[in-house]
Design a protein around this ligand. Structure first.
Ligand code: NAD
Length: 300
């Protein structure tokens, strides 16, 4: 799959999933603006792509504010003449139970993920619409944003918001032939290697190259960062021109399409619903089969 002549920005691509995305996009022929808040990681990532024969520049910036987003788009245009692909991957975690989560924990995660995605995609949309040749927006959600997870109030809110923005932008940008999708990844990175059930397997993979077990790769859809990169290259390519407004899960050996929230059960009462009428109807109508929520515990 060739991305020759395409130019991509990947936020948070100094390490982890972002580095895997940037490396794969460059290997497919795209020129890539590497972004990270960690300058050493960003420079090393750009160097590794250039050493492998690819095209890359590093732009150190803290994604969140509008100026950082504009700086990334400007860097793509100044260095490579255009922009085709924006991947909003930068992320941080500040996990805590609701009653222990500080305002700072909440604001930091919302700033980087939700505001960072909004500002970067807005800056990219302005440029892509002006170019008039279509484009690709690839946002990054999470299973936590899709179904909720203990200890992740801030992250769940940000990632659910990103999925909602992606659906909205898919409508707003369709006329300009700009597709907008959200990748829902699961992979062994700094963010996930400390999850207790995954940790020994990730350590064995990194220390001895022991492949992750089938129960992880297929059962949990959990693999390496490189396992996720193929989806980003596909979504960046001409082959995915008709794919927009989707949340697409990938990890290990698993590729999945997530459903969108929709009404699954409805009931009607002439003249509207009183509290008493709802209480009477709930167990026998719309409340009969409540929706599940939360990421299930891994079965290993
Ligand atoms: N690893 C997973 O299983 C998983 C699952 C679901 C979603 N995600 C999402 O994938 C993305 C990447 O996660 P990862 O696992 O590779 O994490 P990671 O911690 O390995 O990498 C994140 C990178 O983003 C950079 N970063 C953080 N804040 C930044 C900012 N304000 N501006 C620029 N760069 C910044 C970090 O320095 C780091 O290099 C995140 O959005 C994360 O929420 C990951």
């Amino acid at each position: 799959m060739s991305l020759a002549h395409k130019v991509a920005v990947v936020t948070g691509s100094g390490r982890g999933l972002g580095l895997a995305y940037a490396t794969a996009l460059a290997a497919a022929g795209a020129a890539v603006v590497i972004n990270d808040v960690d300058g050493d990681a960003a420079e090393a990532a750009a160097r590794s792509i250039i050493d492998a024969g690819g095209r890359a520049v590093a732009q150190v910036a803290e994604v969140g504010r509008a100026e950082a987003a504009q700086g990334l788009v400007d860097r793509a245009v100044d260095s490579f003449g255009r922009l085709d692909i924006m991947v909003t991957n930068a992320g941080v975690l500040r996990d805590a139970m609701l009653w222990k989560m500080s305002d700072d924990d909440f604001d930091t995660v919302i700033d980087v993920h939700l505001r960072g995605t909004f500002t970067c995609v807005r800056a990219a949309a302005v440029r892509l619409r002006a170019q008039g040749e279509g484009g690709r927006i690839i946002c990054v959600g999470s299973p936590t944003g899709q179904v909720g997870n203990v200890g992740q109030t801030n992250y769940a809110a940000a990632k659910a918001g990103i999925a909602a923005m992606a659906r909205t932008w898919a409508m707003e940008l369709a006329k300009a032939r700009i597709t907008v999708n959200a990748v829902i990844p699961v992979a062994a990175t700094a963010m996930t290697r400390t999850v207790p059930v995954f940790a020994p397997h990730v350590e064995a993979l990194e220390r001895e190259g022991t492949p992750l077990p089938e129960a992880l790769r297929k059962g949990e859809g959990f693999g390496t960062a490189e396992d996720v990169a193929g989806l980003v290259v596909y979504l960046a390519s001409d082959a995915s021109a008709q794919v927009t407004g989707q949340c697409i899960g990938i990890g290990g050996d698993k590729l999945a399409l997530w459903s969108h929230p929709q009404e699954v059960s409805v009931a009607y009462a002439d003249g509207g619903w009183s509290a008493d009428a709802i209480a009477a109807a709930w167990p026998v109508s719309v409340g009969r089969e409540p929706q599940t929520y939360g990421i299930p515990a891994p079965r290993l």
